[in-house]
Design a protein around this ligand. Structure first.
Ligand SMILES: O=P(O)(O)OC[C@H]1O[C@H](OP(=O)(O)OP(=O)(O)O)[C@H](O)[C@@H]1O
Ligand SMILES: O=c1cc[nH]c(=O)[nH]1
Ligand SMILES: [Mg+2]
Length: 208
């Protein structure tokens, strides 16, 4: 069963125009990525478990709900770094676990270069942050790593995905939830998403 959520929201559509536009400067690009990541974050956390809590307002007792799960943020270097701030704003107690991957330019296969995950203490829920899900190879490498760590609830937040990529992840990991702002039909010969937004890492860090 597919666990794919494509967010349908006018603010998402609005900010997608900014990130897709090649004329957008890096400073504006970063801001739009953050806004989109915040919107994805709201949807991706909508069913997190909570416990009842009673607090006292200046007026009277109030019944509240407090998160009862331990959530970890897993940005994929580099481009995923652009999504960390808004997710930390939403989840101030979430630890951030970095994984470094880049795609081999000839094969488009992911190559891991940074991984300091501990052996134990996996979070209950991992939110994987990467603006682009193209062939799905990078996400699948990260999903494998998180499963090995012991994470049972893995949620991927990507701003633009390819149809090929979401189909692949849905087929290979039907238990993984995927939240995207847009799904584009085409991957080109270099495995870039068409129309996509170009290279997200280069546009965030101005290294084009
Ligand atoms: O679905 P895939 O085909 O695996 O492609 C997606 C990956 O490619 C990009 O990273 P890139 O290799 O450009 O590294 P960067 O973030 O350092 O720029 C992107 O940020 C994803 O991590
Ligand atoms: O279109 C793509 C594909 C992979 N990585 C990107 O940054 N953009
Ligand atoms: Mg890149």
């Amino acid at each position: 069963m597919s666990q794919l959520t494509k967010i349908d929201h006018p603010l998402v559509e609005h900010h997608l125009c900014t990130v897709r536009d090649a004329k957008t400067r890096p400073s504006e690009f970063r801001l739009a990525i953050k806004r989109l990541a915040m919107l994805l974050g709201v949807y991706a956390t909508a069913d997190l478990a909570t416990d009842a809590l009673k607090v006292t307002t200046p007026i009277a007792d109030a019944n509240c709900q407090s998160l009862s799960v331990n959530v970890g943020l897993v940005p994929i270097l580099r481009a995923g770094l652009g999504m960390v701030d808004p997710l930390q704003d939403l989840l101030p107690d979430a630890a951030v676990w970095h994984l470094g991957l880049y795609r081999n330019e000839e094969t488009a296969e992911p190559v891991g270069y940074y991984d300091k995950l501990p052996r134990e203490n996996a979070p209950n829920v991992a939110l994987v942050l990467d603006p682009m899900l193209a062939t799905g190879g990078s996400i699948e490498m990260v999903v494998e790593r998180l499963k090995k760590w012991g994470v049972s609830d893995i949620r991927v937040l990507s701003i633009i995905a390819s149809q090929f990529g979401v189909d692949r992840v849905g087929r290979d990991y039907p238990d993984v939830k995927v939240y995207v702002a847009a799904i584009d039909d085409v991957l080109n010969d270099q495995s870039y998403i068409v129309p996509g937004l170009g290279d997200a890492g280069d546009r965030i860090f101005d290294t084009l």
